[in-house]
Every structure is written in C-alpha cells, then in structure tokens.
Design a binder for this molecule. Structure first.
Ligand code: DGL
Length: 271
C-alpha cells in the first residue's frame, strides 16, 4: 500500500487519455498531472530538445513525493524513457511498450498501421517492439503532424469538417493497405478515436497508447503492492505551462468532469 500520488506528464492535453483510464482502473489513486501546453508540440522537435523538456517536466513533478512517474506521451516515451528511468529513483513507465505489445497480440492478418508524431515515427521504436513480439507483422507507419495542433485547439469531434478531411488524408494509405489494427501511437490521438474509427471502419481495431499505458501502470502497482487505500476516491491536480483557461475548458469536456478549480500554472523554465 502506498498513499503517494502518481505523477503523469505529457506535452499538452494528450496525457489525459492516460488519466481518464487510470481513473477508471484505479479510482483511489491521487494524480498530479503536468501538461507542457506552452511548448507543445514536442513531436516536431529534435531528440535533444525533447529530452531537455522531459527532464524539466520530471523535475517539476518531483517537487511532489511521487510513487511512480508515467510518461503519458508517445514522443517522450520513444526518445527519453531509458534516460528518465536511469535518472530517477521511482518507477518510470511509458506508453510505447504496452501499446506495441497490444498491437502485436491483436492483429489477425499481420498488417498493423502505426500513426504518431514525426519524432515517434522517426525513432522506429514501435516497429522494433512490434517485431520482437511478432516477427511476421508488417508495420505501415505514418506521421500525422497536424493532429496534435487540431486536438489542442478543440477540433476533435465527429462532424468537424477540418479534422475529418485531415484524418482521411493521413489514413487513406493505411486503409487501402488493409491494416486490421491501427496503433494510435500518440496520446493525443485517442481524442480523435470517434473520427478515426468512423473513417477506418468496424473491422479495424484501434490501439489506444494512453489506455495501454494506464493498464501497465495498474499492473505494476498491483504487483508491487503499491496501490493507494482511498475508498472515497483519489484527488487530481493539474498543472500547465500556459494559460489555465484553455486547458481547463478542453480537459473538462474530455474527462467529463470540471477541472477548473484544480488547474495551476507553472513556469517550467525554472526546472
Ligand atoms: N502527446 C504527444 C505524443 O504522445 C504528442 C504531442 C506532441 O507532439 O507534443 O506523442
């Protein structure tokens, strides 16, 4: 049993896909979330810059006494997981390993689509992990750099002509290639799940990296007997590096509860 909170971070809103799943799986856990909304997106930046930002994000989170840190960001997980794990005494978990394993287990025809940020696709991390779990799988990957800014601006709903056009433009080659499994390899993309599922059709299984990451965290806390004993439910605190208002509005819509009173602003350059 461990009452300390779990620290979760992302470059912006996307990590809330992990928070939402953690809330379902582990309702008793206290969570401290940091979204680097002032510097999003990370996915178009160099590996050096992503590591530098990730270290600052972790330094801020470590001002709390945490039992684990969750990198709820595909881009940071592919570039910085090993470094952050070595540099910090508590368990540091990412979203890429669990999502790659889920994809390798799920495919029936061996054709797996992968979408992510430019940094994630460039890293080749998903391909390596999928092939080590399923050497015969064929991975067709595509960077989708416009998805994150559209999500961060609230353009994630079905019926929104802009996001529907961009989704069909990016995903057409994967649909035509006949993938039966599509990895949403960036934690922002599950906010587009409705639009993507409608475009790809009912025969394509979507793998939600944020949710897979949360399941891995739940498994680790159970195995290490580190779950929190909070029968009345955990508390949630959110911090962002830009205006609280925009984050609060979109986070409240996405999570389904009002976060306004729980959001603070941080000068991340101080860390
Ligand atoms: N949430 C990030 C990820 O999972 C993407 C956003 C960004 O590019 O910063 O890769």
């Amino acid at each position: 049993m461990d009452k300390r909170p779990i620290g979760v971070f992302d470059s912006g809103l996307g990590g809330l896909t992990t928070v939402r799943e953690l809330c379902h799986l582990l309702p008793g856990e206290d969570i401290v979330y940091f979204g680097d909304t002032g510097r999003v997106p990370y996915g178009s930046r160099s590996a050096e810059t992503i590591v530098k930002y990730a270290r600052q994000d972790v330094a801020f989170l470590r001002t709390f006494d945490l039992k684990a840190i969750v990198i709820a960001c595909g881009t940071v997980s592919t570039t910085s997981l090993d470094i952050l794990s070595q540099e910090n005494p508590m368990p540091v978990l990412g979203v890429v390993v669990p999502a790659a394993q889920a994809a390798a287990r799920t495919t029936k025809n061996g054709k797996i689509g992968l979408i992510g940020t430019q940094a994630t696709i460039r890293s080749g991390a998903y391909e390596r992990l999928i092939h080590s779990a399923n050497p015969d799988a064929q991975v067709l990957s595509r960077a989708c750099p416009l998805f994150v800014p559209l999500v961060e601006n609230g353009r994630f709903r079905r019926g929104d002509i802009v996001i529907e056009t961009v989704v069909s433009e990016y995903l057409a080659p994967l649909k035509e290639a006949g993938v039966d499994t599509l990895v949403l390899g960036c934690t922002h993309y599950p906010l587009l799940e409705g639009v993507i599922a409608a475009y790809m059709g009912p025969d394509v299984q979507l793998i939600n990296a944020g949710a897979e990451g949360a399941r891995a965290v739940a498994g680790m806390l159970e195995q290490t007997d580190a779950l929190a004993p909070n029968p009345s439910g955990g508390t949630y605190r959110y911090f962002v590096s830009d205006r609280q208002e925009d984050f609060s509005r979109l986070a409240s819509i996405f999570l389904g509860w009002d976060v306004t009173e729980a959001v603070g602003q941080v000068d991340i350059s101080q860390y």
